[in-house]
Design a protein around this ligand. Structure first.
Ligand code: SLL
Length: 175
């Protein structure tokens, strides 16, 4: 196989999470009484035209990504969660924020090593009130947080391939 020297090709992505406060009814049916939020972590293409979802376009990463592994906090049962096709996203409930490790495995014919991204799961909106100057903003009460609506925390990035194999370059540019 031939590497194409001097070529870099990138694919834009967004990754991050949304979170909402569980309603009282949802808390009733949730098997974990201490869980306060439902959240979704995802990696999506930033290349395609946005559809109805404000945080990303169609889930068209599958042609070059083989698997995405989300590694959750050890308080979760089976914290390592694999997704072998799009959408590369995971929904859970919980009570706390933590760092999620997102490991991206590329299709075998790419010859590329997996890469790892980190996302701090964000559940709480910024408080609009700073009760005492000089102190940290407080986490709003569940009632106030629910009124403030879903929390979004997303970041843009680009996956960069340097000196790709000719066949992988062909695959990427065919899309
Ligand atoms: C903290 N650093 O101590 C964080 C850890 C862990 C969050 C937060 C639920 C786990 C489960 C959950 O939300 N863990 O019950 O499955 O604040």
């Amino acid at each position: 196989r031939v590497r194409v020297r001097g070529v870099t090709i990138h694919r834009p992505i967004i990754y991050g999470n949304t979170a909402t406060v569980l309603s009282p009814a949802e808390r009733e049916t949730c098997p974990f009484p201490d869980h306060t939020h439902r959240w979704t972590v995802a990696i999506r293409s930033a290349a395609s035209a946005p559809d109805s979802d404000i945080v990303g376009g169609a889930d068209d990463l599958g042609y070059f990504i083989k698997r995405v592994t989300f590694k959750l906090h050890d308080t979760y049962a089976n914290p390592t969660r694999n997704f072998d096709k799009p959408p590369f996203e995971l929904s859970e409930t919980g009570w706390g924020e933590f760092e999620i490790q997102i490991r991206i495995h590329f299709v075998a014919e790419s010859g590329e090593k997996p890469i790892t991204l980190y996302h701090h799961l964000k559940l709480h909106p910024w408080s609009l009130t700073f009760p005492t100057p000089g102190t940290d903003p407080e986490i709003p009460s569940p009632e106030n947080a629910a009124k403030m609506g879903p929390v979004h925390s997303w970041q843009y990035d680009e996956i960069v391939f340097t000196d790709p194999f000719q066949s992988f370059l062909n695959l990427l540019t065919a899309h």
